[in-house]
Design a protein around this ligand. Structure first.
Ligand code: UN1
Length: 505
């Protein structure tokens, strides 16, 4: 059991990352570790004026950073990846302290940062535009990609650092300064990432001031970014509720947005599935990170011919999974972020029971005392997809339903607001390909024989519908951080007009 050593663990860990901020500001922003429910720091917060100054500094950094050749910009990100490798353990620990993740998941999140940096370094030599066949003789048509401007990055508590880096690493090689507004619940990890970034900056040498900044504080700082015409792109990770506010505000000023919002991710278990594999994938997808990933598996459709094989095994896995302080005990399931998350979970379970659901688990597990919220993950057998099953509750609840017809289950699968991640467990080629086809999963991520969570960096990450439509990290996600210009050059001595138009003067 932990006997209050957290604040010193926090201070030492932050010091090793190079964070110099005072951790005990009277009346400052309280930072609570969900591991114990205790306050580990109290931080000075930025004001709206600070945010305005940060935006000015970033705008001025943009004027010079956009002129630095992209491969040289990539060098800064390469140095950051080196520093991240050195600081991996400390940063992983910060993630565990602030977000309650297991050491392995905390380190995994830092690994995602390293991976996106490596990806971005390669990209810094591949910001390709097309050369396009033109209908006019003696002409050449091409497109070029230019830096876009200041990028405002808003992130959520559940992934306190990786989503920032997915954006920052690409933005920086694309020529854009970044301003980060982390979740109020996880500002320490952000300060630690920034301190490690400053080590890379010092080695790089001649980067402009204000290239990467962090704003610590409440929603008014995010609003300052959202409302500023000097912020060309807002990349926001969080709830659909947040996205409904951010999206229209940025659109009203014709700014650009990458929205990575909630999901209501499902798995389908078909008769031919490898049941042992499905069981393990579902267990990680639904219970991992205490159900607090945007990609967490929240709904499961099991074919009625295998229901009585899989569901009892799942129930056993749910009953036996270790819940506890993962830094102390090696438990696989850590705490919920706070009391409000616990209340939300209990309300959803009650609603599910009222609709005829059979709830297994879900009760509070008293691991660390009154202010820490550990729960047994809940498996809920539902008669149909209704009520809370249609919503994202950010907690470890898996709603399980029977299906008999494949076409029907595809309809049910897509009949929710979220469109982030999905998976099918089958060895039947037709089912597999149909799930991945135009009439299959409508999500941004569709997997076969793996769970819904744990996406890797090379692929574009994000989803459709109420997930917001944004794509980050891999594939051609970089294009969102640049502006495209189409250039037509006439190297002839004639002036032919396109579409054969004649205009002789
Ligand atoms: C999130 O929860 O916001 O696919 C991101 C995953 C991680 C990212 C989750 N790579 O689970």
């Amino acid at each position: 059991m932990l006997s209050k050593p957290l604040p010193s663990i926090t201070a030492e860990t932050l010091e090793r990352c190079g964070v110099t901020a005072a951790l005990d500001i009277e009346g400052g922003l309280p930072v609570i570790s969900p591991l114990t429910g205790e306050r580990v720091a109290s931080l000075a917060v930025h004001s709206a004026e600070d945010a305005a100054r940060a935006i000015e500094a970033a705008a001025s950094a943009f004027r010079s950073w956009r002129l630095v050749p992209a491969p040289r910009r990539g060098e800064l990100v390469r140095l950051y990846a080196e520093e991240l490798r050195k600081a991996k353990e400390e940063l992983g620990r910060m993630v565990s302290i602030e977000a309650g993740k297991s050491p392995s998941e905390g380190l995994g999140e830092v690994q995602e940062m390293i991976d996106i940096c490596d990806f971005a370094v390669g990209l810094s030599r591949q910001l390709y535009g097309l050369t396009i066949a033109t209908e006019r003789p003696g002409h050449r048509m091409m497109e070029t990609w230019h830096p876009l401007g200041v990028v405002g990055i808003i992130t959520a508590f559940n992934f306190p650092c990786a989503p920032w880096c997915w954006n920052a690493a690409l933005a920086l090689v694309c020529g854009d300064p970044v301003i980060w507004k982390p979740s109020e619940k996880t500002p320490l990890t952000a300060l630690a990432c920034q301190a490690v970034f400053e080590r890379a900056l010092a080695r790089f040498g001649d980067a402009p001031e204000g290239l990467s900044q962090v704003l610590v504080g409440g929603p008014e700082l995010g609003e300052a970014l959202v409302d500023s015409r000097k912020v060309a792109l807002i990349s926001a990770t969080g709830s659909t509720r947040m996205g409904r506010i951010v999206g229209p505000k940025v659109a009203a000023r014709f700014g650009k947005c990458i929205l990575e919002l909630g999901g209501n991710n499902a798995g389908i278990v078909c008769p031919s599935a490898d049941m042992d594999m499905a069981l393990r994938a579902i267990a990680f997808g639904a219970m991992g990170t205490a159900g607090q990933r945007c990609t967490t598996m929240r709904r499961l459709f099991v074919h009625d011919s295998v229901y009585d094989l899989l569901v009892p095994a799942l129930r056993r896995a749910y009953a036996s999974v270790s819940v506890g302080n993962p830094l102390e005990s090696g438990a696989l399931v850590g705490p919920l972020i706070d009391g409000a998350a616990f209340e939300g979970m209990q309300a959803a379970l009650k609603e599910a029971a009222d609709l005829g659901g059979t709830v297994h688990g879900g009760a509070r597990a008293s691991v660390e005392g009154a202010a820490a919220y550990y729960v047994k993950p809940a498996l809920v057998e539902m008669p149909e997809q209704a009520g809370p099953v249609l919503r994202e509750t950010f907690a470890p609840i898996l709603y399980v339903m029977k299906y008999s017809d494949f076409d029907e289950v595809l309809e049910l699968h897509n009949a929710v607001g979220g469109g982030l991640s999905s998976s099918i467990f089958t060895t039947d080629l037709r089912e597999m390909e149909t799930f991945l086809s135009a009439r299959g999963s409508d999500c941004g991520i569709a997997n076969v024989n793996i769970g819904t969570s744990g996406a890797e960096i090379g692929g574009a990450f994000g989803g459709e519908k109420e997930t917001g439509g944004g794509r980050e990290s891999g594939s051609d996600a970089w294009r969102a951080y640049m502006r495209r210009a189409t250039n037509t050059i006439n190297y002839s001595s004639e002036l032919p007009l396109a579409q054969g138009v004649v205009f002789d003067i």
